[in-house]
Design a protein around this ligand. Structure first.
Ligand SMILES: *[C@@H]1O[C@H](CO)[C@@H](O)[C@H](O)[C@H]1NC(C)=O
Ligand SMILES: *[C@@H]1O[C@H](CO)[C@@H](O)[C@H](O)[C@H]1NC(C)=O
Ligand SMILES: *[C@@H]1O[C@H](CO)[C@@H](O)[C@H](O)[C@H]1NC(C)=O
Ligand SMILES: *[C@@H]1O[C@H](CO)[C@@H](O)[C@H](O)[C@H]1NC(C)=O
Ligand SMILES: *[C@@H]1O[C@H](CO)[C@@H](O)[C@H](O)[C@H]1NC(C)=O
Length: 486
């Protein structure tokens, strides 16, 4: 999503049960993913309470040792085939003031203790990252194959459909594997943002299937193995924070209704207890509190969202041992400028390189008609211009992360995925312009997304590396002067 002006489009897209990430013109290379499986293989589901056989799926290779995993993976869980996670128990220490002491009517500031003290020298100068989208939170427009043969329009309805658990296990165990981390690190990528739904940790009163957290755990092990950082992104919040498919539930926006805000905090504290511990301080760099909350009269109020951000920040901090952990909140497409005051309070006016509360900003140029009408040069100019428009100068004391963006744009005479030289050159120029801007005026960037099913277009970072970058790394510049700021 690209901005506040696109909420009408947003609603329309939600109604179509597609995603805010775009309405792709065509799905190329659709393949019937489940065809060809041995017809009588059985699936062993790791949940001890569920057994299921299927005539359409190959047997899963989930290790028996996974079978005790519940929605909350035991601390120090390890599985074969990836780097061992730490095995010592988390130390229940709390270097921060308790959130419970925070006055609910004014949660912005802690009681005066200075909580913010990131040691930035521990991190790369810039995070150069990729999202592992459509993996632990399904998005039908990205992986339509999985939805074949169902009426499902989102994770909620998918998880209610026949054989869902087997299909999920199959998807989780094959869509992202260690080889992806190996490849990403070879491209110069040093971080991943991993979307996961709250229901992985608490699926009470919902049809959601648990178990995704075991794969998050695997991915963190692989990231550690390849020296990469992980941002754990709570992408689907209770009640749905935006009514879009990628929140897990199309339709109503009920995140700020009932007890959902409190449940959000409880789940985040659970996540922070584990991934904010020192045992993960070498690999987990951030936890994102909420992704793309829809702000508007028919959805979430900005003031409640900002009040909650402060409350959730302190609640998560309370459970976080690792003082270098970033705690991020999406701007809700209201612009980072509308978050600077709130952020300064939450960060106790800490300097940029010590602030732990940061804003996640998503910058797309393929979401609305106005963007689609731009020429390649106009796309590039707009991307370079982000440093003066959407982003903030680095002395603003607010760390901004560009948590999503895409190189997929309409380039005249080119068809996405048909990699003509013109498309290759244009995509490379546009990509370099964007990451130049992000590296100039933010903590780093995360491409949406590593893959898009089997699609070979510019939404897929894998495809961009293969078709556009060749043997170059993302740190290489073919067009070094493309933005005037260098
Ligand atoms: C702030 O809260 C912490 C934790 O509750 C407490 O130890 C500390 O004394 C408080 N500081 C002030 C200045 O009230
Ligand atoms: C919270 O703070 C506000 C303003 O600082 C104050 O008016 C209110 O009485 C406080 N509430 C509680 C429960 O302490
Ligand atoms: C900050 O991190 C760097 C790199 O890991 C380390 O050498 C240094 O000792 C750390 N500084 C503090 C104050 O912890
Ligand atoms: C890694 O990259 C190689 C070379 O492009 C490719 O053949 C392989 O399929 C990739 N591995 C994964 C897991 O995507
Ligand atoms: C917190 O630390 C920052 C950076 O050192 C400092 O500028 C700020 O004044 C401190 N705030 C408080 C309340 O101590």
């Amino acid at each position: 999503m690209s901005g506040t002006h696109s909420f009408a489009a947003f609603a329309a897209i939600a109604l179509l049960a597609l995603t805010t990430h775009a309405l792709p013109q065509t799905f190329r290379h659709r393949r019937p993913q489940w065809d060809g499986a041995a017809s009588s293989d059985s699936i062993s589901i790791y949940s001890p309470t569920t057994t299921e056989t299927s005539t359409t799926f190959p047997s899963l290779s989930v290790e028996p040792s996974h079978s005790f995993l519940s929605s909350t993976a035991p601390y120090g869980y390890t599985a074969s085939g990836f780097a061992a996670a730490p095995t010592s128990a988390p130390v229940p220490s709390n270097p921060y003031p308790t959130a419970s002491s925070t006055n609910n009517t004014s949660p912005y500031q802690s009681n005066g203790t200075n909580e913010t003290s990131v040691n930035t020298s521990k991190y790369p100068a810039k995070f150069r990252g990729v999202n592992l989208g459509a993996w632990l939170v399904l998005e039908g427009w990205m992986t339509p194959d999985i939805f074949q043969g169902t009426d499902a329009t989102d994770q909620w309805t998918f998880d209610s459909s026949d054989g869902a658990e087997g299909k999920l296990q199959q998807h989780w165990s094959t869509y992202i594997t260690e080889g992806d981390f190996k490849n990403m690190s070879s491209w110069g990528i040093n971080a991943v943002r991993i979307p996961i739904g709250y229901w992985a940790y608490n699926n009470a009163n919902t049809p959601y299937i648990t178990g995704a957290d075991a794969y998050l755990e695997k991915a963190i092990g692989w990231a550690r193995q390849y020296g990469m950082w992980v941002m754990v992104d709570c992408h689907g919040s209770p009640g749905s924070q935006n009514g879009a498919e990628h929140s897990g539930h199309v339709g109503a926006v009920s995140w700020q209704a009932d007890d959902n805000l409190q449940l959000s905090i409880e789940v985040l504290q659970n996540i922070a207890q584990k991934y904010g511990s020192m045992e993960y301080a070498d690999v987990v760099m951030g936890i994102e509190l909420v992704n793309e909350p829809k702000i508007g009269d028919d959805a979430n109020s900005l003031s409640t969202t900002q009040w909650w951000a402060a409350k959730a920040y302190h609640a998560v901090k309370e459970k976080t041992e690792n003082k270098d952990l970033y705690i991020l909140h999406h701007d809700g497409f209201t612009g980072v400028q509308s978050w600077t005051d709130v952020s300064a309070k939450i960060n106790n006016n800490a300097a940029y390189d010590q602030a732990t509360f940061g804003i996640d900003l998503h910058l797309y140029q393929n979401q609305d008609d106005q963007s689609k009408s731009l020429s390649l040069q106009q796309h590039i100019d707009k991307a370079c211009g982000y440093v003066n428009t959407d982003l903030l100068p680095l002395d603003s004391n607010l760390p901004v992360f560009v948590g999503e963006f895409s190189a997929q744009i309409d380039i005249e005479n080119c068809q996405d995925g048909d990699w003509s030289q013109e498309l290759i050159d244009g995509t490379r120029q546009y990509f370099e312009a964007m990451i130049n801007a992000y590296e100039h005026s933010s903590r780093g960037w995360f491409v949406w997304s590593l893959k898009q099913g089997s699609d070979n277009g510019a939404w897929s970072m894998e495809s961009i590396m293969q078709n556009v970058y060749g043997n170059d790394k993302v740190t290489d510049r073919k067009y070094p002067g493309i933005c005037s700021f260098g």
